[in-house]
Design a protein around this ligand. Structure first.
Ligand code: NIG
Ligand code: FE
Length: 398
């Protein structure tokens, strides 16, 4: 064995069970053995005494918009004075404001800004992050953002999955011609992103201020034709029947879902589509309609939790804080919340074969925390109880 981590309280995320005293042994970057007490004769090159801390899978942030320039503090002020998110978007602010700045920024500047956010995520226990494009909205700028995202994965001790979100908003040069922009997405941007290997999945913003179900369908068909899985920003501000559309395409996830109805939830259950809950955006927009957690439970739809890190609706890189918010605002149990950033987040990215749980054969991405159970992790508002973080079996300072 390369590494033995003993004397921990183990939360494997393989089942709903509570944390229990245990150990994990690692070889070749993978989990080789785990259990209650290490067997006599188990030898490892390195040994760590966990001193009774909680050991969990490395956290997975399965929904972020990490690559962008500037911020939207001014818009935050406007909303505090009474403007709505939709008002600001319709007046040419919102996503478009970030698009202007992101288009102007060169790749090195964008990478530096995204690196700062990535380091914060890692500091709070993230070992896998999904990064969407969607602030470029032209072929050059979308590819630029995806290249930055890929490079982050090469340069840092973290797994990166990229998602093409060209159908995030209508760029100004296509004003009044949304279908022409969708043509550009399906005929040029998406094929080029696929050809260059820059996208692992495809997403869209299905909303009155985003894209219609018919336009989203075209994007999904183009993704399917090229073998890429899809995801959808669905039912965030209104019910557009996006969850059912996502399910029809076997989507990995439908995200937000504050306004989903039971038919949409049932369709997700049949398709195995994960519900990604984003309490940071709900909180920041002072939304009043929480996602229907009880329906997800009743229909057996797995729930993931993510930061949605973006400048407009969820400027946060604190995934453990999202556990607290998911419990407080959405009434998830602490165990459900923790499964939401481990096993179910892996499923929302299609990575459940290798990540998301502590099981023999899985990649040894692990976090050791200064708390002793999932409730301790979800409890403190904005604390950072991470003690040690392992990626591929190697420790990297948190
Ligand atoms: O996930 N809803 C659309 N996209 C982002 C917000 C983007 C923005 O306002 O910049 C979200 O909430
Ligand atoms: Fe989002």
């Amino acid at each position: 064995m390369d590494l033995l981590i003993r004397n921990v309280r183990l939360f494997t995320a393989a089942g709903p069970g509570p944390a229990a005293p245990g150990f994990v042994a690692i070889a070749g970057g993978r989990i080789a053995q785990l259990g209650g007490a290490p067997p006599h004769g188990l030898r490892a090159a390195d040994e760590i005494d966990g001193q009774g801390g909680l050991l969990t899978p490395g956290l997975i942030d399965c929904h972020t918009h990490l690559v962008y320039a500037g911020d939207r503090a001014r818009e935050f002020e406007l909303r505090l004075q009474g403007a709505s998110y939709e008002d600001i978007a319709r007046a040419g602010g919102g996503i478009r404001q970030t698009v202007r700045l992101t288009r102007e920024a060169d790749e090195a500047t964008l990478e530096a800004a995204a690196t700062r956010r990535l380091r914060e995520l890692m500091h709070h226990g993230v070992t896998t992050v999904e990064i969407k494009s969607g602030y470029g909205l032209s072929i050059e700028a979308e590819l630029k953002c995806l290249r930055v995202a890929r490079r982050l994965g090469e340069r840092h001790a973290v797994n990166v999955r990229t998602t093409l979100l060209a159908a995030h908003a209508l760029p100004p040069e296509f004003d009044g011609r949304p279908d022409d922009y969708v043509d550009a997405v399906v005929e040029r941007i998406l094929p080029e992103a696929v050809r260059l290997g820059l996208a692992d999945a495809v997403d869209a913003f299905g909303e009155t201020i985003g894209f219609t179900p018919q336009q989203t369908r075209r994007v999904f068909e183009a993704a399917r034709a090229r073998g890429l899985p899809v995801k959808l920003h669905a039912e965030q501000l209104s019910n557009q029947q996006g969850a059912a559309l996502a399910a029809e395409f076997g989507a990995l996830s439908a995200d937000h879902l504050e306004h989903v109805d039971e038919a949409g939830v049932a369709a997700m259950a049949r398709a195995g589509t994960v519900a990604v809950l984003l309490p940071g955006a709900y909180y920041f927009l002072r939304d009043r309609t929480p996602p229907p957690v009880e329906l997800f439970r009743r229909h057996g739809v797995p729930m993931a939790v993510a930061t949605d890190c973006n400048p407009g609706t969820s400027p946060t890189t604190h995934l453990p804080l999202m556990l607290n918010m998911a419990c407080t605002l959405f009434r998830l149990t602490p165990v459900e919340a923790l499964l939401g950033v481990t096993r179910h987040a892996a499923q929302a990215l299609g990575l459940q074969a290798t990540l998301g749980t502590i099981e023999v054969g899985k990649q040894a991405d692990l976090c050791l925390w200064d708390v002793d159970d999932p409730a301790g992790l979800a409890y403190a508002i904005g604390a950072s109880p991470l003690r040690r973080r392992f990626h591929h079996g190697r420790e990297h300072a948190p």
